[in-house]
Each structure stands twice: as C-alpha cells, then as structure tokens.
Design a protein around this ligand. Structure first.
Ligand code: ZN
Length: 315
C-alpha cells in the first residue's frame, strides 16, 4: 500500500502527479488541395503553448514512388505524427522532405526523418550551418515539453537541380529570398499548385524576423511570372487563384515599408510606430497588429540607421 508520504514523494518525482497532463498531441488533419496534394493547415496565430508551434502549413504530395512533404512542422513529436498521418493517407512511405526556409515552425519536425531524405537549397544549407545548435533554444523556452527530443540534424540532400522527379511527378524548384536569406518555392507540374513557403502569406499578416523587404518584393514579382493555378501559402488558407495571396502579401509589405520609412522620417519612437493605424483593407489579416509590432522591433533600427547615419562614423 502507498501511504501519503510515499505518494507525495512520487508526486515530487513527477511519477504520479494527479495534475500530470495527457501526452501532448498535435491535430494533423490533411485537407485536399488538388489531385494527390493535401495541406495540413497551421494555426493562424503566434507560436504558443496551446498550439505547440504548429502554425505553419505543411504540404503532402503522393507520387507513384512515395510521399513527398514540403516542410515538416516545429518538433520531433510533430514530425512523427505527420509521418504517420501522411503515410496512412497516401499508402506510401515518405521519400523526400523539403525545407522551404530556416524558421523553426517549418523545420524541426525533420528530426523524425532520416536526414538523407531531407532536402535544402545550397543557400539554406549555409544558413542552417551558421545558425548552430542554439537556434532551437528559443523554441524550447516557448514550448517546453512539446519540443522534447527534438534535435536538428544537417539535411543530407543539397539541391543542385532546378527540379526533381518522383515517378509521375515533376516538381520545379525556385530558390528565392527575402522572407529569409534562403526561401524555396516549389511548383507541382501536374496540378499547377505553387507551394510558396513563407514568401506568401494569406489572410495572415507576414512575419519579418529575417526579412529583406526589397528582396522579398522582387521574389513575389518572380512568383507572379511562374505559371501556376493555385497557391499553398506558408501561413493562412489555400489561395484557389494564382495571384490573390501573392498580391495581398505584396500589398502588406509595400505598406509596411512605406509606413516604417515615414515613421522614422517623422521621428516616431518604436512604440508609436507599432500603434499606427492599420488600413481597413487589411482587416481580414490575422495577427496584423502583432506582426506590425514585431516588424517594428525587427526593422525599425535598421531603417533609422539608413535614414540617420551615425555622425561619429562620418568623416
Ligand atoms: Zn518563416
């Protein structure tokens, strides 16, 4: 029999806590986009302990030789659940996992896969090398147990080609940049679906922690010239048209750049800039105020430096 003292000791050791939560589980619910393509929608929100970091969209493609994933979620736990759900859906093992860019909500699920099938562009491989292992620390702080066991291994496949073919399916690869140093967009030839990674957001305000807005706008122009029929954005609902989400992302980024430039020119401080009014046409964008304030934090000092060069460095 376990007496009260023994029970308390077990609780203290975390063995029998009456408050112990059920094991954390993600909801992996693939939605059809086109023939043999599905999207697992992320929450259109910030990363938090309720969503376990599952905020990015993940794409699943069935080919005649296996299953292809584009991005793989925030953690080992997510990657494992995604692998099981994707293989049950397609009846085929996962043979390729593309990572679109370095943000943690897209890549740490790679821990669930053999690194030899995880593919990145040369530019992303370089970015990931320079980040080092400490990059995941922030996610552990934010998400705690959701991240347990998540270790990021260097991807085993560096993409030298402009496309890959898996049985009946050809995927065209577009290495671009601007949302981050290295962004990959992919077009599925058969269905004309553009999988845009975080170059495109839809009805969810773009996030800018590693953004170069000028390069990002140029990449959006490039995406606009690529033949495609529909877009799976990195965040937000699928765009069943070729251009609505691309145009919305461009509109937000152009407005953001103008607004921050003007705020610096007018001498606003960061708090004032983060509280500037957001135009009515962006009312449908989730997390708009949150992302404006984060963008001020990311971009404001850089714009100030350009607008007001340091006098002590001037000759
Ligand atoms: Zn991102």
């Amino acid at each position: 029999m376990i007496d009260r003292r023994a029970a308390l000791a077990m609780v203290a050791a975390g063995l029998a806590s009456p408050l112990r939560a059920a094991p954390l589980r993600y909801t992996i619910d693939p939605l059809p986009v086109a023939r043999n393509i599905w999207v697992v929608r992320g929450k259109d929100a910030a990363i938090d302990g309720a969503n376990g970091g599952a905020i990015a969209n993940i794409s699943i493609l069935r080919t005649t030789v296996g299953t292809v994933l584009v991005d793989c979620g925030p953690s080992l736990r997510y990657g494992q659940q995604l692998k099981a759900a994707a293989e049950a859906l397609t009846g085929m093992p996962v043979i390729r996992v593309y990572l679109t860019h370095l943000h943690p909500d897209h890549i740490y699920g790679a821990a669930a896969f053999d690194p030899s099938i995880v593919a990145v562009t040369p530019a992303l491989a370089r970015s990931l090398e320079t980040l080092g292992p400490s990059f995941s620390d922030g996610m552990y702080r934010l998400l705690g147990d959701w991240m347990r066991g998540t270790e990021f291994a260097a991807p085993g496949k560096v993409l030298g080609e402009d496309h890959e073919t898996f049985g009946d399916r050809r995927l065209d690869l577009y290495p671009l940049a601007g949302h981050s140093e290295a962004d990959l967009a992919i077009v599925d030839n058969e269905t004309g679906v553009l999988i845009a990674g975080d170059l495109v957001f839809h009805d969810r305000a773009p996030s800018t922690p590693h953004a170069d807005i000028g390069r990002w706008l140029a990449s959006l122009d490039r995406l606009g010239t690529i033949r495609h029929r529909a877009v799976i954005p990195g965040h937000g609902p699928v765009d069943s048209t070729p251009s609505a989400a691309i145009d919305q992302t461009r509109d937000w980024l152009s407005w953001l750049r103008e607004t921050l430039d003007r705020a610096v020119a007018e001498g606003l401080d960061p708090v004032e800039a983060g509280n500037l009014p957001i135009p009515e046409r962006f009312a449908a964008l989730k997390a708009a105020r949150y992302e404006l304030q984060r963008s001020v934090a990311h971009l404001f000092s850089r714009i100030e430096e350009q607008a007001l060069p340091r006098v002590d460095l001037k000759r």
